[in-house]
Design a protein around this ligand. Structure first.
Ligand code: FPP
Length: 234
């Protein structure tokens, strides 16, 4: 079975999963976070080189104060704990999105984790935090304008130029996108990067998405005929 080089996952369904158990939404996020830790290990063991997950969107600030506070607590704890996890998994961690909206201590933890893990390279793990694809593209264009005005960028702008200015920089585009919990949309995730990616949607909520489910998604990916618009060689 061919293992995709880069898997992207929209982590969805924590809230509904918790509700189905009569628990508060933040309990679902805690279990979702545990599952993220577990799936990183599974991905590494399977030989996945890049894993990118959508953990908090630019829209997620609109959730209740209680839920946002719960998520911030979770991010705080996880970013600290992730120092050890990155070492254990030989995993480089990068945050994509705009971190400037977070409290200073969270921004400091992000910098510390990225710096600490920068030479690990079994698994490259990207966490999208305060991420929105349109916002990412706007930030990239504004940086391009600034670099052009200051002489660091000269035209013509190519697809590679734009890819390079995105938060995902030199990270290759995803081969497989998974969205858990039944919704069939992209929710402003990696719009540019997913141009040729295979999509897999499953009704399984994120906290229940275990190794067997990941293997099922990879199995489906293997059944697909990836042609990139070209003619298939018979
Ligand atoms: C979507 O489920 C999930 C989120 C908005 C948060 C994702 C967060 C985690 C998996 C845990 C923490 C991650 C890190 C990096 C520490 P939902 O709340 O939209 O579920 P619903 O659609 O059932 O309401």
């Amino acid at each position: 079975m061919k293992i995709p080089n880069h898997i992207a996952i929209i982590l969805d369904g924590n809230g509904r999963w918790a509700k189905s158990k009569g628990m508060p939404r933040n309990y679902g996020h805690v279990k979702g976070c545990d599952n993220l830790e577990y799936i990183c290990e599974v991905a590494k063991e399977l030989g996945v080189k890049y894993l990118t997950v959508y953990a908090f969107s630019t829209e997620n600030w609109k959730r209740s104060r209680e839920e946002v506070e719960g998520l911030m607590r979770l991010f705080r704890n996880y970013l600290k704990k992730c120092i050890k996890i990155s070492k254990k998994n030989n995993m480089r961690v990068r945050i994509i999105g705009d971190p400037t909206a977070f409290d200073q201590d969270i921004q400091d933890s992000i910098r510390e984790l990225e710096e600490f893990s920068k030479d690990f390279d079994d698994l490259h793990f990207q966490i999208a935090l305060n991420y929105g694809s349109r916002d990412e593209i706007c930030r990239a264009v504004n940086r391009m304008l600034k670099d052009q005005a200051e002489g660091r960028l000269t035209g013509p702008v190519t697809e590679e130029t734009i890819s390079g200015y995105l938060d995902t920089g030199e990270i290759p585009d995803p081969d497989l996108l998974i969205r858990t919990s039944g919704e069939l949309r992209l929710s402003n995730f990696l719009l540019w990067q997913l141009a040729y990616t295979e999509f897999y949607f499953t009704p399984v909520p994120w906290p229940d998405f275990k190794k067997d489910e990941l293997l099922k998604a990879i199995g489906k990916y293997n059944e697909r005929d990836r042609r990139y618009g070209g003619v298939k060689e018979e």
